[in-house]
Design a protein around this ligand. Structure first.
Ligand code: HEC
Length: 107
C-alpha cells in the first residue's frame, strides 16, 4: 500500500514537472537578447531550417506569408503565440518556427 502511494506520488511529481517545464517555453516571453540567444544556441541551423519550412507551410494559410525581418522580437512575441493558436500548431513545431522567426527578426 505504502509502495503504491510512493509510486503514485513520484509519477504525479514527474508529470507535473514535465508539464510545467513544457509550458514554460518556447512561447514564454523572455527579453529579446535572451530570445535571440535561445534561438541561436538552443536550436541548430538544421532545426531553424525546419522551422522555415513549417513557417512557409503554415503561416500563409490565412494571409500572405509574413516576413520575419519586418518585425522586432518584441513584436513577434506579441503575435506568435496568437498565431500558433490560430494555426493549431503543436508545441515542438511552434518552437522550431519561433526559432526561425526570432533568428531572422528585425534588428
Ligand atoms: C487560421 C488562420 C491563420 C493562420 C494559420 C495564421 N494566421 Fe496570422 N493572422 C490571422 C488573422 C485573422 C490575422 C489578423 C487579425 C489578428 O491579429 O488576429 C492575422 C494576423 C497576422 C499578423 C499581423 C498581426 C498584426 O498585429 O499586425 C502576423 C504577423 C501574422 N498573422 C503572422 C502569422 C504567423 C507567423 C503564422 C504562422 C505561425 C500565422 N500568422 C498563421 C490568421 C491566421
Amino acid at each position: 500500500m505504502k509502495k503504491a502511494a510512493i509510486l503514485f506520488c513520484t509519477c504525479a511529481a514527474i508529470l507535473l514537472f514535465t508539464n510545467c517545464h513544457k509550458k514554460m517555453h518556447p512561447t514564454a516571453a523572455k527579453n529579446p537578447a535572451e530570445e535571440m540567444d535561445y534561438a541561436t544556441n538552443h536550436y541548430t541551423v538544421a532545426q531553424r531550417a525546419e522551422g522555415k519550412v513549417l513557417f512557409e507551410k503554415t503561416c500563409a494559410g490565412c494571409h500572405d506569408l509574413p516576413v520575419p525581418g519586418e518585425s522586432t522580437i518584441l513584436q513577434w512575441d506579441d503575435i506568435l503565440p496568437k498565431m500558433f493558436k490560430k494555426a493549431n500548431m503543436g508545441y515542438d513545431d511552434a518552437g522550431l518556427v519561433k526559432a526561425y522567426v526570432i533568428f531572422n527578426s528585425k534588428k
